[in-house]
Design a protein around this ligand. Structure first.
Ligand SMILES: *[C@@H]1O[C@H](CO)[C@@H](O)[C@H](O)[C@H]1NC(C)=O
Ligand SMILES: *[C@@H]1O[C@H](CO)[C@@H](O)[C@H](O)[C@H]1NC(C)=O
Ligand SMILES: *[C@@H]1O[C@H](CO)[C@@H](O)[C@H](O)[C@H]1NC(C)=O
Ligand SMILES: *[C@@H]1O[C@H](CO)[C@@H](O)[C@H](O)[C@H]1NC(C)=O
Ligand SMILES: *[C@@H]1O[C@H](CO)[C@@H](O)[C@H](O)[C@H]1NC(C)=O
Ligand SMILES: *[C@@H]1O[C@H](CO)[C@@H](O)[C@H](O)[C@H]1NC(C)=O
Length: 529
């Protein structure tokens, strides 16, 4: 031991003697500015002759620069570690509670490579070191004590690198975050008890480790299975609980519909026919929907049709939201319309002025124009199938997919009947012996001279609006006239209706101005074509 210290002194004396004036500067500055003295090679050789076990003696070729730098670091570190007399000995590295300096010293790997043999204890505890285990430190194989407790070291402890430290009797790795591993099987660590590894992630106790391992081995698969089951349950039964991104669009499951209708409760049942039950449901997002549940095998193409209908999107069409295609349950989900249908509206006792009827008709025409782009979608135009929103926006419902009977002419005919029905306010099917044909004949008989008799009184027409209504009846008759080639196109109907609608609005706003000396309001977007 004495000879080792002597060697160390020899070296330090040499360095200190030549550079003592500059040593007060910081370590890094010293490392940059100081150069080995001329006779440094001689000093080293002498030292090695004296004590061949010195670390730098076995390195070949000798890097004199590196060896010199390591002596500079050594002299700083010895002083920093509060060794009583650094000129004589360097027994311990004490960098406890010194978080600023520790990373710097750990970065000088040349120092650790030539770790002075006199060092017997290293204390790096309580420094919040956030890194892997500083393996370089273990090159000081002669040490007897190593304290790395109270840091944030993580990763694996380099177990093999410990085995050369045969004289190590005090080890403290407590309070770190090493990867959990079992060290009880490694002979080297048998000499330490658990107080060396408190809260370090390392486990001396084999039993505890085994329990943890078993728990993990059994627990993790169970956890995964549970998660998969849970996800599967969500996907197949309640996809509305999934995040919006993962939710299948338009697909409703029986469980979703059941939840929306309080288990298909009587209170939610709004209507019933021989093949369809109609429910009012509330989805998880709060939207009210109409759920039509089909019984029996009568609708084999229902779902295919729905897949087309969900693509339709227009303010004058009832929005089809999706479908449920389950072995036990076939259903179509559409938006819920709060208002009444056109038939009920016409039959009501309120005054229903021409301008309101025109607004509804305009909506129907706009919806029909949009549907021109969907030749495969037919629809059943009648007063009972037109739903009205609260602000009298018409919504066409009851679509038919690939319905051969609804040709272009047929559609115009049905529109003509609807138009006439709205002006006359009589039900062709119920009030006329020959149905629609009788109804049209009845109007034709009174056109154009005797219209006062047939026009609905509830419109309260003025002179101006009477002319418009008369024109509209003319248009309706043209649309229903299948015999001649006079039948008008939808485009023409749109132009005529929108002109009438505009002028009616102008009239209305003039009246309004006269009455209230202020400009009439109420904007209506016309669909541009
Ligand atoms: C030391 O290095 C010097 C040149 O820097 C050289 O002249 C001398 O011979 C060397 N001494 C030994 C013992 O290698
Ligand atoms: C050693 O540290 C003391 C303060 O602890 C300082 O005054 C002295 O200059 C240092 N010596 C060297 C050689 O760095
Ligand atoms: C560890 O360091 C903190 C400050 O960094 C200090 O408050 C605490 O007393 C130290 N603990 C020990 C055991 O030295
Ligand atoms: C351990 O200590 C003994 C006696 O002090 C010494 O001979 C031996 O070299 C030391 N072992 C290591 C690895 O330094
Ligand atoms: C663990 O070892 C240390 C010294 O290495 C000793 O002071 C302590 O009493 C031991 N603890 C137990 C529980 O054996
Ligand atoms: C290691 O350090 C912790 C915390 O400072 C302490 O409780 C424990 O007794 C130490 N273990 C040993 C073996 O010194």
């Amino acid at each position: 031991m004495a000879s080792l210290s002597t060697t160390f002194i020899l070296l330090l004396v040499t360095v200190s003697a030549s550079v003592s004036a500059a040593l007060s500067a910081s370590v890094i500055e010293d490392l940059k500015s100081l150069k080995p003295p001329h006779d440094f090679n001689t000093t080293i050789l002498k030292n090695c002759q004296h004590n061949p076990s010195l670390r730098y003696c076995s390195s070949s070729p000798m890097d004199l620069d590196e060896i010199f730098k390591s002596t500079i670091v050594a002299s700083h570190l010895c002083n920093e570690s509060k060794n009583p007399n650094c000129v004589e000995s360097f027994p311990k590295i004490d960098l406890q509670n010194d978080p600023k300096m520790v990373p710097l010293y750990l970065s000088f790997n040349f120092f650790w490579k030539y770790c002075p043999l006199s060092i017997l204890a290293i204390d790096l505890s309580n420094n919040s070191l956030r890194s892997n285990f500083p393996v370089d430190v273990l090159q000081c194989t002669q040490i007897q004590a190593l304290d790395m407790s109270h840091n944030n070291l993580f990763g694996d402890v380099p177990i093999e690198s410990f085995s050369p430290l045969t004289n190590l009797t005090l080890l403290n790795l407590s309070y770190n975050h090493f990867s959990e591993s079992k060290i009880s099987d490694i002979p080297f660590f048998k000499r330490f008890n658990s107080s060396s590894f408190l809260h370090s992630g390392l486990l001396l106790d084999g039993k505890k480790f085994r329990i943890k391992a078993v728990l993990l081995l059994v627990g993790f698969p169970i956890f995964v299975i549970l998660m998969v089951c849970c996800l599967g349950w969500l996907c197949f039964r309640r996809p509305d609980f999934l995040p919006r991104m993962l939710r299948p669009k338009n697909r409703f499951t029986p469980a979703m519909l059941k939840a929306a209708t309080n288990g298909f409760s009587k209170k939610s049942l709004m209507g019933k026919s021989e093949s369809v039950d109609i429910y009012l449901g509330t989805l998880r997002d709060g939207a009210d929907v109409r759920i039509e549940i089909y019984r029996g095998e009568r609708h084999p193409t229902l779902i295919d049709e729905c897949k087309i209908l969900v693509q339709l999107c227009h303010k004058n069409l009832v929005n089809v939201l999706g479908w449920c295609n389950n072995r036990r349950l076939k259903a179509i989900v559409t938006e819920w319309m709060e208002g009444e249908n056109l038939e009920m509206w016409l039959m009501g006792s309120n005054i229903t002025p021409w301008s309101h009827r025109l607004r509804i008709l305009m909506g129907v025409v706009e919806g029909m124009c949009y549907l021109e782009e969907w030749p495969e979608v037919g629809y059943d135009l009648r007063t009972s199938s037109i739903l009205l929103s609260n602000n009298l926006e018409a919504r066409i419902s009851r679509f038919k997919i690939r319905d051969q009977s609804s040709s272009r002419n047929r559609k115009m005919y049905k529109f003509g009947v609807l138009l006439l029905e709205m002006l006359v306010n009589r039900r062709p099917e119920e009030e006329f012996e020959r149905g629609e044909a009788g109804f049209i004949e009845y109007i034709r008989m009174h056109y154009p001279g005797n219209l006062q008799k047939v026009i609905d009184q509830k419109m309260e027409l003025t002179q101006n609006t009477f002319d418009q209504a008369k024109q509209a009846i003319g248009l309706g008759l043209m649309c229903t006239d299948a015999s001649s080639n006079q039948q008008v196109s939808l485009g023409q109907v749109f132009d005529i209706m929108s002109r009438a609608y505009q002028s009616c609005r102008v009239l209305a706003s003039h009246n309004h101005e006269r009455l209230h000396s202020e400009r009439g309001k109420g904007h209506r977007r016309m669909q541009s074509r």
